[in-house]
Design a protein around this ligand. Structure first.
Ligand code: 9WN
Length: 419
């Protein structure tokens, strides 16, 4: 594995800020130079969290910049295109400008995990800036209303993702089964770039799903009645629940009623317990109405809920700490259960460890006062970036870096872990 000269905390923090400065375009932070030249939704939320203490001005600009891409439906898109730089699938695939609800800035037509409520709460907690809460609260309330109104396809209060990209964990083994129902026409050269990044992946299916939804006018009725991919994901919903709780706490600052957010959080909790739990939280394929029995890092998303019942918490933490995950990996937290047939230490969300999911689990440990687990997650993550740099993801056994270098959320969340 690559060796880096030893860096102390202060130097690591300076390096992280320098990466974020270099990735700032003047309008938003790109996830990494070159490969990801636009603004991604949950990346931005992690960047807001990481910058909250150090550069609150920049954190505010980051969130405002992302929200410029919000649709009139309330949907916050997973990509906001701020530059002309090429990325596939770019604006010509999404054609957002042809949709009445889309904003002036070009965007994708899908959404991403709704972490922004928690990010706003985090920023408020570190700055006390109530005026910024008042300014952005309505947009985030609309984001949550959009999810409740159009994504509760299963009818039990959980939001469904309608594309693997909406999970942020694109090639997770959790999507293998539902993707078998999706046609895979060849898209030729257009998908080559993605195929190179994730060899053997399902890219033609990803593109087909995106274009089919686009051709249906991004219609909620189409999603509900026809779209072949609709999945209730424990990580997406665990994050939504945490953001609902954050919004309930922020509501009085914005002169709003906290009760609807708290009620929504309660419904999500019940949905997670009733529909996704079977000894571990699994994703549910709404088209077959079956649980997808592979345990991934996404299975731990519901741990973000401070009111998760003690029995579920204990069982989930046992799994996380066992040889199925952290107990055998050396570095936290493999993105897929190590003993699963689908586990692959080299392939993005099919095995490698990620700084953002480590940060979310460390947050979960904090809300449950699991101090030892929290320290293991923080120290293990800092060990990864100290040794290999701010890489996109890491080999969970030897800690070597994978994917892009100078990856923004790895830098931003390091700042938070160092604090
Ligand atoms: C597709 C930007 C994004 C992250 C996702 C990560 C990856 C894109 C890709 O990069 O997804 O949206 O091209 O593979 O999986 O979590 O938001 O960093």
């Amino acid at each position: 594995m690559e060796a880096r000269p030893a860096v102390d905390d202060a130097a690591l923090g300076r390096e992280a800020l320098a990466v974020l400065e270099a990735n700032w375009t003047g309008t938003g932070t790109v996830p990494a130079p070159g490969l990801y030249p636009h603004q991604w939704s949950w990346d931005s939320a992690f960047i807001v969290i990481g910058l909250a203490r150090h550069r609150p001005d920049r954190a505010r600009d980051e969130l405002l910049s992302l929200l410029r891409g919000q649709w009139a439906t309330g949907m916050v898109p997973h990509i906001v295109f701020h530059t002309r730089e090429a990325y596939f699938p770019g604006p010509s695939v999404w054609r957002s400008q042809e949709h009445d609800a889309a904003p002036g800035v070009l965007t994708s037509g899908l959404t991403a995990p709704p972490l922004h409520g928690l990010a706003l709460w985090w920023l408020y907690r570190h700055t006390g800036d109530a005026a910024f809460v008042r300014a952005t609260y309505p947009a985030l309330a609309a984001q949550h209303d959009y999810l409740a109104a159009t994504r509760d396809i299963g009818g039990a209060g959980l939001a469904a993702i309608v594309h693997p990209w909406e999970s942020g964990m694109d090639d997770s083994p959790a999507w293998d089964e539902p993707l078998t129902a999706v046609p895979a026409p060849r898209y030729g050269n257009r998908a080559v770039e993605m195929e190179e990044r994730h060899p053997g992946g399902d890219h033609d299916r990803y593109v087909w799903l995106a274009m089919r939804y686009r051709d249906a006018g991004y219609s909620p009725e189409y999603l509900r009645d026809e779209h072949p991919f609709a999945v209730e994901d424990p990580m997406f919903n665990g994050i939504w629940l945490a953001s609902c709780q954050a919004m309930a706490e922020l509501a009085p600052l914005a002169g709003a009623d906290p009760a609807p957010h708290a009620e929504r959080a309660e419904r999500i909790r019940q949905g997670l317990l009733d529909r996704l739990w079977d000894g571990c939280f699994y994703a549910r394929d709404l088209r077959t109405d079956r649980l997808i029995k592979v345990c991934t890092v996404g299975s731990f998303g519901p741990l973000l809920d401070p009111e998760l019942p003690a029995g579920h918490l204990q069982a989930a933490v046992e799994t996380l700490e066992s040889a199925r995950f952290m107990g055998a990996s050396g570095y936290p937290v493999p993105s897929c259960e190590i003993r699963a047939a689908q586990f692959d230490r080299t392939r993005y969300w099919r095995g490698p460890s990620w700084v953002n999911t480590n940060w979310l689990l460390r947050r979960a440990a904090a809300v449950h006062s699991l101090d030892h687990l929290g320290r293991q997650l923080a120290n293990g993550t800092l060990r990864l970036v100290r040794q290999a740099g701010f890489r996109e993801c890491f080999d969970p056994f030897d800690g070597s870096g994978r994917g892009c270098r100078d990856f923004s959320w790895s830098a931003a969340l390091t700042l938070d872990l160092l604090a």
